[in-house]
Design a binder for this molecule. Structure first.
Ligand code: ZN
Length: 319
């Protein structure tokens, strides 16, 4: 008992020391930043020293489709229902996630959060998200010291970046019929069913000031306009799935409100129910209308359709 207590204490001290180090003022100069698309709404943003993940989801299970969506025809993998426990794909996580210092979660849906507990336990990254997100972390015994609960409106300084948490809203799925105000409750113990890790718990976006860049990251196809006016990111990760078409002047208002970002990277546009090896050509084809919308509203913006795990370097801070 004493030994395990000491081990627990030592681990806690390591986590606290890590978080304390992350809170030291940044004295360095700007280092090159790269972004990698992980599929779904997942990204890695790193300067080679600090690694920030957004909604990392690598398991890509044959899970239940979102409201108004359809299951994949011809997928021979096990199909999961809402009442099933889905195990994260540890091999996929290990293949692509070597380290992380922070994991930012936009909302508690399985295509955003299923892999976050094992990633947090593996990397000891701080997990930033809603109460719903943090309660799922607690169910999987992610240490409390790693959990930074936010509700939107915070503007936090860390050692190498600062982070403004942007109140947002979920994609208008199922032709605007989607609605959820559910929050994952405290006190549950893993393993959780897909339904239990799927209470949205509110939706956030993140504005990251990092190495001279300002990166705005959405996790879906909606936003609260008054919360984003004047942010002026040079890089914007913008939800580009079909449900954006339910929104009035989605891309036009974004480009004007954000003052025409230099680079737009579409996110949450692929078919996340399919494995990485499946063709995404239909999704890439559908994405072309999004690219045209952005360019019509902001002709000088560079729109890059990301390939999985391919580094997108931001060579110089353009603002
Ligand atoms: Zn969602």
């Amino acid at each position: 008992m004493v030994k395990s207590g000491l081990a627990c204490c030592a681990f806690t001290m390591v986590v606290l020391a890590t978080l304390a180090a992350q809170n030291q003022p940044n004295a360095g100069k700007n280092n090159p930043v790269t972004l990698k698309y992980l599929g779904a709404a997942g990204w890695e943003i790193t300067d080679g020293t600090t690694s920030i993940l957004i909604d990392p989801y690598l398991s890509r299970i044959n899970g239940p489709p979102p409201p108004g969506g359809h299951p994949i025809v011809g997928d021979t993998r096990r199909a999961y229902g809402w009442g099933d426990v889905a195990s994260p794909d540890v091999a996929a996580i290990d293949a692509h996630i070597q380290r992380a210092d922070f994991v930012l979660v936009t909302h508690t849906h399985y295509d955003h959060i299923l892999d976050v507990p094992p990633i947090a336990l593996k990397t000891r990254a701080a997990v930033i998200g809603t109460e719903s997100t943090e309660n799922v972390m607690r169910a999987y015994a992610v240490p409390e010291e790693q959990l930074l609960t936010v509700r939107g409106g915070e503007d936090y300084q860390f050692a190498s970046f600062s982070l403004r948490v942007i109140p947002s809203i979920h994609s208008p799925l199922d032709h605007k019929r989607y609605f959820s105000s559910a929050t994952a409750p405290a006190g549950r113990k893993a393993p959780l069913t897909l339904e239990q890790i799927h209470p949205e718990g509110g939706t956030l976006a993140y504005f990251i000031r990092f190495q001279g860049h300002q990166i705005l990251a959405f996790g879906g196809m909606n936003y609260i306009e008054r919360e984003i006016v004047g942010l002026e990111p040079d890089v914007a990760l913008i939800g580009a799935g079909a449900s954006r078409k339910e929104i009035y002047d989605y891309s036009g208002r974004l480009m004007r409100d954000l003052h025409y970002p230099a680079m737009v990277l579409p996110t949450h546009w692929d078919n996340f129910l399919a494995p990485y090896s499946a063709s995404q050509q239909a999704s890439v084809d559908a994405l072309q209308s999004f690219v045209q919308e952005i360019l019509a509203a902001s002709p000088k913006t560079k729109v890059i359709v990301p390939k999985y795990f391919e580094a997108i370097p931001l060579e110089t801070a353009v603002r």
